[in-house]
Ligand binder design. Sequence first.
Ligand code: F6P
Length: 522
Amino acid sequence: MSDTDAAWAALSKAAGAARDRRIDSLFAAEPDRLARLTLKAAGLEIDLSKQPWSLADLDVMLGLAQAGGVEAARAKLFAGEVVNASEGRPALHMALRAPDGSDFRADGQLVSRDVEATRDAMRAFCDAVRSGAKAGCTGKPFRAIVHIGIGGSDLGPRFLWEALKPLDPQIDLRFVANVDPAELAQALTGLDPAETLIVTVSKTFTTLETLTNAEAARAWLRASLGPASDSHLVAVSAAPDKAQAFGVPADQVFGFWDWVGGRYSIWSSVGLSCAVALGYDVFARLLAGAHAMDEHFRTAPLADNAPVRLALAHVFNRNGLSRPIRAVVPYAQRLRLFANFLQQLEMESNGKRVTADGQPAPHATAASVFGDAGTNGQHAFFQLLHQGTDIIPVDIVAVRQGAEGDPTAQTKLLANAIAQAEALMVGRPPAETTDPQRAFPGNRPSSFLLMERLEPETLGALIALYEHKTFVEGVLWGINSFDQWGVELGKTLATRVLGELEGGPAGAHDPSTQALIARLKG
Ligand code: F6P
């Protein structure tokens, strides 16, 4: 048996014992449990003591990380080696948030100077828009940005803006992702074209939804301002030639590189609209926070490494205890889009059924992720978390000091975060009720992530934590976390169906699809 197989067998054995044990009983059995299972990294405090593992199980999981080659994979990632084999690319998002003077190389080619030049161009553009030096074609300063993009070109920026936007922003930043025309119509309503920048973000600049919306937004500008309004178009793309061909002025096309995956791209010029609306210095602080987590991940031993520990806790649940779903509940309204962001990060990265070399994956891969802000989620899906037939581990994120509003409300929010984690684990002791409807079995795991304040640095660290956690899981599962072939078939079929809905010749389909096309045609 290989070391890796032995490590997976050890996990099965450890998890078998965990099934028959209560999490809360471990605190008495392991006096140093809380201290050993809590760690700090880059401004985040991460308590994994309410997870179902014992301290001995943690050692088993660290053995799995060793045997699974996490250290070597981490070294390859940071060295810019081709870790995305199916697309022949490195995955070097860490280069985007490294300080000036760094020496990141993508497959041997120095990229840090290009990164710095792009950041300088972003800063200059941000400053020019915010100061009014860069104004619209009628001379009015820009007061609104419509950010058009989808997937990785949307979820990160949308999450970031929601998390950090000022209460009364200088720039009204709105997002449009869906090809459903309702979203663009809503975003444009109330805006003055003379004061609006349209920032189209697409790594490939071929995405149907994004190009459809970009064309409609350009038409909206031109309808009121004429062709001169093309100076209101900005693009962010790894295919700058396509953006220019679309009509975006060359000096308003911000590039990035094929070694930046869409869902890892918030740190690149994909963050431009947020950087303009927040001010570049805020964006730079986000990068600094993520870099601090990179340095922690790169240098901390596996045993003390936050992304590794979080990954191991998730793998213990996913593989050891066969738990296919995880909930993410930030007790911070400003982080309410965290689960949406993680859905792409984790499920597009690790929702894979074959290994990197094309063999059937020997272990279950990514869990489904869902969630919403606490306390709202408590009044929606927490019933199932507490009393449903499935055990769904929960990642709770809390912020100690709220930035705005009534501090007593903030205390109530924190009380709920703490209480839910307690209720999930402890339940209601049988002595308290004999009524099965009111019984809470408990023994339901959670992680508790705490930050002092929601600031650009802690947000950057939080996102980078989950990026690296996702990477570590992918390494353990032997899959390529950086490709996404599973989204391609739907795109191809949609193009075919669109042709038919628009009057093209009928194709061969199953009867149900055929009937839907016939019904919706014309
Ligand atoms: O949904 C598939 C996907 O390729 C994502 O990986 C990507 O983030 C998104 O589409 C948008 O792609 P693009 O930035 O090229 O428009």
